[in-house]
Design a binder for this molecule. Structure first.
Ligand code: ADP
Length: 287
């Protein structure tokens, strides 16, 4: 069997300045992610999701444990500057607040920013910027000022900037949390596109159940520890466990569970509205 693309072994992190309580933000977390997988990380506030993202992106260094990405131990002290640079290119990150990520005054300059820092030739930069803006539906805004864009458009520019660096994995840290429903949809469509069409590994941190339902797999964290790891339908079956961890299943899944509890036979998984409609429609046809 091939090696996982990301391997997290017994990972713990304790904030040294944690004056409120002294419990680790992450404790003994082990997880493997294969290339091209789309993994959602769920958990209530303070469960350790952002800490995990920062450890994967080398913003933080683990207190204990290891993270291996594409065969390289990113927690090793023996990493060279080139290793660090190449790992930063391998794993891109899109944060919550689009305003904090855009650095230039013109959209295309923003997308080019990371590439210029890598010393990539200007004709190659031009090609990559146009391609990334076009992939995420923002080419017509190339000359616009980022601060005039909607939240969803700003996040798509941020995604284009990350994708222009050709990462193999992108981490989205609550990247839709500040957006309106349209902006959320635009960003989720972009995330699905880069995963499905460009085979980029996606780690999406979210507290929206309907977003997590889009993933191949969901990892649920609770108080810094792994609570559940499974497909969306496996995870949503564990309704009680999720409620105890301060989370709720998607409303359409809950509706199907309640209908089953009231004696209606609905055969099959339900993780989203389409599944829900299909299960109920099939059951009505049978009647
Ligand atoms: P989540 O992203 O799931 O909301 P975090 O990873 O941000 O969770 O936080 C996990 C735990 O670490 C929480 O108890 C939080 O209070 C603590 N924490 C997060 N950032 C810091 C920090 N900079 N200093 C001290 N404690 C922190």
């Amino acid at each position: 069997m091939s090696e996982p693309f990301i391997k997290i072994e017994n990972l713990s992190y304790l904030y040294e300045d944690d004056s409120v309580d002294n419990s680790p933000a992450l404790e003994g977390l082990s997880l493997e992610i294969t290339k091209g997988e789309f993994v959602a990380v769920l958990g209530h506030n303070g469960s350790g999701k952002s800490t995990l993202a920062k450890l994967l992106n080398m913003i933080l260094t683990p207190t204990k444990g290891k993270i291996i990405i594409d065969g390289k131990d990113i927690t090793s002290e023996a990493l060279s500057d080139d290793d660090v640079l190449s790992l930063r290119r391998t794993v891109g990150m899109v944060f919550q607040n689009p305003d904090n990520q855009l650095v230039a005054t013109i959209v295309e300059d923003d997308v080019a920013f990371g590439l210029e820092n890598l010393g990539i030739p200007s004709d190659e930069i031009r090609r990559r910027v146009d391609e990334a803006l076009s992939d995420f539906g923002m080419l017509e805004y190339a000359k616009h000022e980022p601060h005039r864009l909607s939240g969803g458009q700003k996040q798509r520019v941020a995604i284009a900037g990350v994708m222009a660096m050709r990462p193999e994995c992108v981490i989205f840290d609550e990247s839709t949390a500040m957006l309106d429903p349209l902006g959320r949809k635009e960003v989720l469509d972009s995330i699905l596109k880069l995963n499905r069409e460009k085979q980029v590994t996606v780690i999406m941190i979210t507290h929206y159940m309907d977003e997590a339902a889009l993933a191949d797999r969901i990892v649920v964290l609770n108080d810094g520890k792994m609570l559940i790891d499974g497909t969306p339908s496996e995870v949503f079956e564990k309704e009680r466990m999720l409620l105890d961890a301060g989370l709720a299943i998607p409303q359409c899944t809950e509706l199907v569970h309640r209908l089953r509890d009231s004696g209606i036979v609905l055969d099959g998984d339900c993780v989203d509205l389409d599944d829900c409609v299909e299960l109920i429609a099939n059951s009505i046809k049978i009647i």
